[in-house]
Design a protein around this ligand. Structure first.
Ligand code: MG
Length: 330
């Protein structure tokens, strides 16, 4: 009996010792999260919907306390010279006032999402609309200098049916990049899933659901290309960069890391979006995505969470920050 008791005692100790060694080697239980503010964490403010405009200064302060250090704005309206796009009751917050609230909280405004709103719905981007599009961009520059942004990003896909349409958009994007560049602001483009629709010259765009397995060996029509590829390969790298929305890239049946490896100098910012709270779904391989983003020499990325009417967006943003503070790869 004594031998058996000694054996069990030894086994227990061994087990405890093994567990302790596992924790010391990086098990989740032993990991200390990074302190809020000790590393960069960006937020796309679209996430908050109307919640940002109810006691705005205090919401920004809570975000900073939760770990956010950078913003990418959404909802700036050049006609109102401020923010009032979420909710009829939201008062306009002038650019300088918003900038001060961010400064006071220690949050840097890195970027801003904007799409020209002075074209007719569905109007194409081409030589006939280029000047009108540039007129829009001229109206946003002054306030964005006030914000101190490094970049402005267009998040919406212009109307495209074929490769010619996509190439025309590239020409307009180059002109926008040149205009903003002259004002010290970089111009980027952000994808959803439709950018992974494929186009051919003179044809009709097709969705990823129809683009596989239908091409016959004797088909001599041009190889269809994704709109995203046409954009990246036909815009001037000195004028246009790309912000990859990792979630929408996956929804377009593509691997964000493969794109980041293929175009390491073109994809400079990311949208870190999951199904709701970052890291909860287990569907997005954030370790691989962040590792590649940093390996490409990039710094900025922005948490984004859909469902802007949930009533819980601030809570979800703060939960996401906890996940990102707890993981060294972010
Ligand atoms: Mg996005």
């Amino acid at each position: 009996m004594a031998n058996r008791r000694d054996f069990l005692k030894g086994a227990s100790l061994l087990t405890l010792g093994t567990l302790a060694a596992c924790n010391a080697n990086g098990g989740a239980a032993a990991k200390q999260p990074a302190a809020p503010g000790s590393k960069y964490i960006g937020l796309q403010t679209y996430t908050l919907g109307g919640e940002l405009y109810n006691d705005t200064a205090n919401v920004i302060k809570k975000l900073a306390e939760g770990g956010y250090t950078g913003f990418e704005l959404a909802g700036y309206n050049p006609q109102a010279r401020g923010f009032r796009s979420f909710g009829q009751d939201a008062a306009t917050i002038p650019a300088g006032d918003f900038k001060k609230m961010c400064d006071d909280a220690g949050i840097t405004i890195v970027s801003s999402h904007l799409t020209p709103n002075n074209l007719e719905r569905g109007a194409k981007y081409d030589a006939s609309t280029k000047d009108t599009i540039l007129e829009y961009w001229k109206t946003v520059i002054e306030d964005h200098k006030t914000f101190g942004v490094e970049a402005i990003v267009q998040p919406s896909l212009p109307s495209i049916n074929n490769k010619e349409d996509a190439l025309n958009v590239c020409e307009v994007f180059n002109a926008v990049g040149e205009l903003l560049g002259q004002n010290g602001i970089k111009f980027g483009y952000h994808n959803h899933s439709n950018e992974f629709n494929k186009v051919i010259p003179g044809g009709e765009a097709v969705t990823p659901y129809y683009q596989r397995g239908f091409r016959r060996p004797d088909d001599d029509t041009p190889e269809p290309e994704t709109i995203e590829k046409v954009f990246i390969e036909n815009t001037d790298p000195s004028k246009v960069f790309f912000e990859m929305d990792c979630y929408w890239t996956v929804m377009g049946q593509q691997d964000p890391v493969a794109w980041m490896k293929q175009y390491p100098s073109r994809i400079k910012m990311l949208h870190v979006k999951d199904f709701v709270v970052i890291g909860d779904s287990g569907a997005m391989n954030w370790e691989n995505i962040f590792t590649q983003h940093y390996a490409n020499g990039n710094k900025y990325w922005f948490v984004e969470i859909e469902g802007t009417n949930s009533g819980h967006q601030l809570e979800y943003a703060l939960e996401s920050a906890k996940y990102l503070l707890a993981h060294d790869f972010a």
